[in-house]
Design a protein around this ligand. Structure first.
Ligand code: SAH
Length: 312
């Protein structure tokens, strides 16, 4: 760590932890860090045979001014004490320049504007929307990082373009519920939100409730194809067709679902397929071509591609 630092530098302290210890570390960071603790837990992709045992893993971070040696020592001491209760790895320290800090702050705590109308905000941030703005309030949690992934941003923008008021929508792989809430905000009449991961579904449920869209959104542990070891109650829609289907998962999964996606569309329906890293785009393009879907538009951000497709 540099000894000379100007006042605009911040120290990021992070600890890699699992769910229970994460809570204890968060308490320390909430007490000493500027802006409290930032949880960056994510649900790991599980191999097929462990469909339901996705363990949350990730890190808890906080930020303090680089020159605040006193607070740093307090945090180190508190973490050391915690380490006697939980097996904790060494904390990692990283100095952030003012610019990185602003970005980290924006991603972790602040408002995020996406597309023409969406404002994503954490619950503690007070904000009065301007006319035409659509607020989505999200509790940063386990199913989903607090910063928006490019693939999610692409979906939000595509929903603005391709979802009309009164539409029926399917949000496949709802995660935090963000896209289901966005669809409801855009005036969807009914939204079916599905995720194979019960942890995500719990989180989506509380986000859907906090946004007051429970009337429009039905939410289940489910998918278009049940996994081999699906538990009783795993929901698979039968014969339902939608005006708009949004699926932000991974190229391979989207490709494997292609025939079922085709079968979920009304004749004039649109699919927004995202989560596709550029080098895997062909996998999805091939599957869509094979199962009767025609590409209407590609949206891109960084290396990520979202496809908008309709029935051919
Ligand atoms: N829709 C959110 C979350 C995307 S993350 C967003 O756009 O930000 C992808 C989600 O898809 C995860 O929550 C994961 O559990 C879920 N998922 C993975 N495979 C799935 C499948 N075959 N069917 C349904 N959901 C799936």
């Amino acid at each position: 760590m540099p000894l000379e630092c100007d006042l605009s530098e911040w120290l990021e302290i992070s600890v890699s932890v699992d769910g229970e210890a994460a809570e204890a570390v968060s308490q320390v960071f909430n007490r000493y860090g500027v802006g409290g603790a930032v949880l960056e837990l994510r649900v790991l992709d599980a191999p097929d045979d462990t469909y339901y045992s996705v363990a949350p893993k990730g890190s808890v971070k906080t930020y303090i001014p680089v020159e605040d040696e006193d607070t740093r020592q307090k945090i180190e001491r508190a973490l050391w004490l915690l380490g006697r209760l939980y097996p904790l790895p060494e904390p990692q320290f990283k100095v952030l320049a003012a610019r990185d800090w602003a970005e980290a702050w924006r991603q972790n705590f602040g408002l995020q504007r996406v597309g023409c109308s969406f404002v994503i905000k954490p619950p503690w941030e007070a904000y009065t929307p301007a006319p035409g703005e659509r607020i989505i309030e999200l509790e940063p949690g386990m199913a989903f990082g607090t910063g928006l992934h490019p693939s999610t941003r692409l979906c939000l923008m595509a929903l603005e373009d391709y979802l009309s008021p009164g539409d029926s929508a399917l949000d496949l792989g709802t995660g935090s519920g963000i896209l289901a809430i966005a669809a409801a905000r855009l005036g969807a009449n009914s939204v079916l939100a599905l995720d194979i991961d019960p942890v995500a579904v719990n989180e989506a449920r509380s986000n859907i409730e906090r946004n007051g869209v429970s009337q429009q959104v039905r939410l289940y542990v489910g998918s278009l194809i049940p996994p081999a070891n699906a538990k009783p109650g795993f929901y698979v829609p039968q014969g339902q067709r939608f005006d708009c289907v949004v699926v932000n998962i991974l190229a391979e999964i989207i490709a494997s679902l292609a025939p079922r996606l085709t079968g979920s569309l009304k004749p004039t329906g649109r699919i927004i397929a995202s989560g596709i890293i550029e080098e895997r785009l062909d996998i999805v393009l091939d599957a869509f071509a094979k199962f009767g879907l025609a590409i209407r538009e590609e949206k891109r951000e960084q290396d990520w591609v979202a496809l908008i497709a309709t029935l051919r």
